[in-house]
Design a binder for this molecule. Structure first.
Ligand code: AMP
Length: 144
């Protein structure tokens, strides 16, 4: 299955972004309100500058206390991004996330954000693909 199919099944290809100057407290509010685990950071809403995950916030809270909530997201975001393209295979994306121990993969086209695939999205897509393969194989064995 391709990344583009996962994005299609999610219904929307838009990605929520915040600017690098956004406060960590505002980003935390967005994560909580939207029920998501990360927010992409971008100056223009298109070219990614980094990603800020709930883990980045929790790590800094534990390290330095609640003062970090008043800092900007660019202080704690990860700017060395691992990304994928629409035509990449979902299993490879899953492997990259597993190896890198992160749960979100920005999808880029011409250097611009076109989607975000979570570990959950990729696992769901793989499970439904495996279920279809199983049905097809069972059909072949049973002769229908
Ligand atoms: P996550 O598991 O996605 O909540 O993120 C765990 C850590 O990996 C955090 O420090 C994130 O900033 C970082 N991270 C998440 N996604 C990516 C990615 N695609 N490329 C590089 N780092 C990432």
């Amino acid at each position: 299955m391709l990344v583009s199919q996962i994005l299609k099944s999610k219904g929307s290809e838009g990605v929520l972004t915040v600017t690098p100057e956004t406060l960590v407290s505002e980003a935390a509010k967005i994560l909580a309100e939207k029920g998501i685990g990360t927010v992409m950071v971008s100056v223009d809403g298109e070219v990614p500058a980094g990603i800020l995950s709930e883990r980045d916030i929790v790590r800094e809270l534990a390290r330095s206390g609640s003062g970090c909530l008043k800092d900007s997201v660019e202080t704690y975001m990860t700017s060395n991004l691992v990304t994928c393209g629409r035509n990449d295979d979902a299993v490879e994306v899953l492997e990259k996330m597993t190896q890198g121990r992160f749960r979100h993969m920005p999808v880029l086209e011409d250097g611009k954000l076109v989607g975000l695939v979570s570990l959950g999205d990729a696992v769901k897509a793989r499970l439904s693909e495996l279920a279809m393969e199983k049905d097809a194989l069972q059909g072949m064995i049973m002769g229908h």
